[in-house]
Design a protein around this ligand. Structure first.
Ligand code: MRU
Length: 347
């Protein structure tokens, strides 16, 4: 399953707001459509929004390729700023736009049509590399699984959240291919139900045994020793190993710790933010209250009730057993291992 495709100068995205019941593809022909798709979470998941934004910049570059070199570059900066303003927490978005900005800088003053071609090449490379990176994360991560393994995951860190294969779900896929997976528990992930709609869909259609639970059931499963390990993805990882991920991840990590169950994070190097020391510096997106007061378009709360809707939380490094990256497995204390990844990130 590859949710992002670049075909004949258009960006094709599987519309994740319509899954699991409809497999609709969006065809984006302008950077504005890509920005809107990221905001509305038609495309979501840290690596996927980074890649989508990169192609968004390509679309913007195509649109303004008729401008003079200097105006063209100025326009590209404005477009990148618009794409960067779509969602604040996942650092992959800023990482991808930074990579694209480097391409533009290196070709400063050149013919815009040459810059468009190079941007297209760079975005295509990002897409292809993400898939390879996920497979590598899967190879490393599956070594951590006992056999047979009963696994709990939260939100969707799967093929849909990446160029394909997935990070946390990539590890699960690799472990399943190695014959190690007995059961995957997917927590539904209120308010937007990425676990129920997306993770359960991805695994079920591939024949990987998946059981859906509501978020508040996780503690019971962990206490009853029905789970051997928890594995999740990440939206941003600080220099000390603190992890921002979907709201509810922190509660799972504390519960895993209290029940002596390993808690793993799987993420590419592009998810590390080498500019911040701890998770306290990570901006947490707050989303529309209607995501909480409505369930699949149906109101479930009194009209006018106050709502708090943070989309992510921070899991302190002390609750994380290991972080699985394409460069290998990091163990606490994380500071040194994360610093060593910096040169590999290339920004
Ligand atoms: O709000 P979302 O659906 O974009 O949040 C996604 C997550 O929290 C994922 O776990 C994270 O981006 C990792 S995806 C490989």
């Amino acid at each position: 399953m590859q949710p992002i495709k670049w075909e004949e100068g258009r960006l094709l995205l599987i519309d994740q707001t319509r899954l699991p019941h409809q497999e609709d593809w969006l065809s984006c022909t302008s950077y504005r459509e890509v920005a809107e798709a990221i905001k509305t979470m038609q495309v979501r998941g840290a690596p996927a929004i980074g890649i989508a934004a990169a192609f968004g910049l390509v679309l913007g570059a195509q649109e303004y390729a008729h401008l003079q070199a200097q105006d063209f570059q100025q326009k590209l900066q404005e477009i990148a700023a618009e794409l960067a303003a779509t969602r604040p927490t996942a650092v992959n978005l800023f990482w991808a736009l930074e990579k694209m900005a480097q391409v533009v800088d290196e070709l400063a003053g050149q013919n815009p049509s040459l810059i468009v071609r190079e941007l297209e090449r760079a975005a295509g490379q990002m897409l292809a590399e993400d898939l390879a990176i996920n497979k590598q994360i899967g190879n490393y991560g599956q070594e951590l699984f006992p056999s047979p393994a009963r696994v709990l995951t939260h939100c969707n860190a799967g093929a849909l959240a990446t160029a394909g294969y997935g990070t946390a779900l990539g590890v699960i896929r690799a472990a399943h291919a190695a014959g190690k997976v007995q059961q995957v528990y997917a927590s539904e992930t209120r308010p937007l139900l990425q676990g129920a709609r997306l993770t359960a869909w991805e695994l079920h259609r591939e024949g990987i045994p998946v059981t859906l639970i509501t978020d508040n059931m996780a503690g019971y499963l962990l206490q009853q020793k029905m789970v051997d390990l928890v594995i999740v993805g990440a939206d941003r990882i600080a220099q000390n190993g603190d992890v921002a991920n979907k709201i509810g991840t922190y509660s799972l990590a504390v519960l895993a710790h209290a029940n002596s169950i390993p808690f793993y994070v799987a993420a590419p190097i592009s998810t590390f933010d080498f500019n911040i020391s701890t998770g306290r510096e990570i901006p947490i997106e707050e989303r529309d209250p209607r995501e909480v007061t409505c369930l699949m378009g149906q109101s479930i709360a009194p009209e006018g009730v106050a709502v708090f809707n943070p989309a992510f939380d921070i899991t302190p490094a002390q609750y994380i057993t290991a972080i699985i990256t394409e460069a290998g497995i990091l163990r606490p204390p994380y500071g040194e291992g994360i610093a060593a990844l910096r040169s590999e990130k290339g920004s």
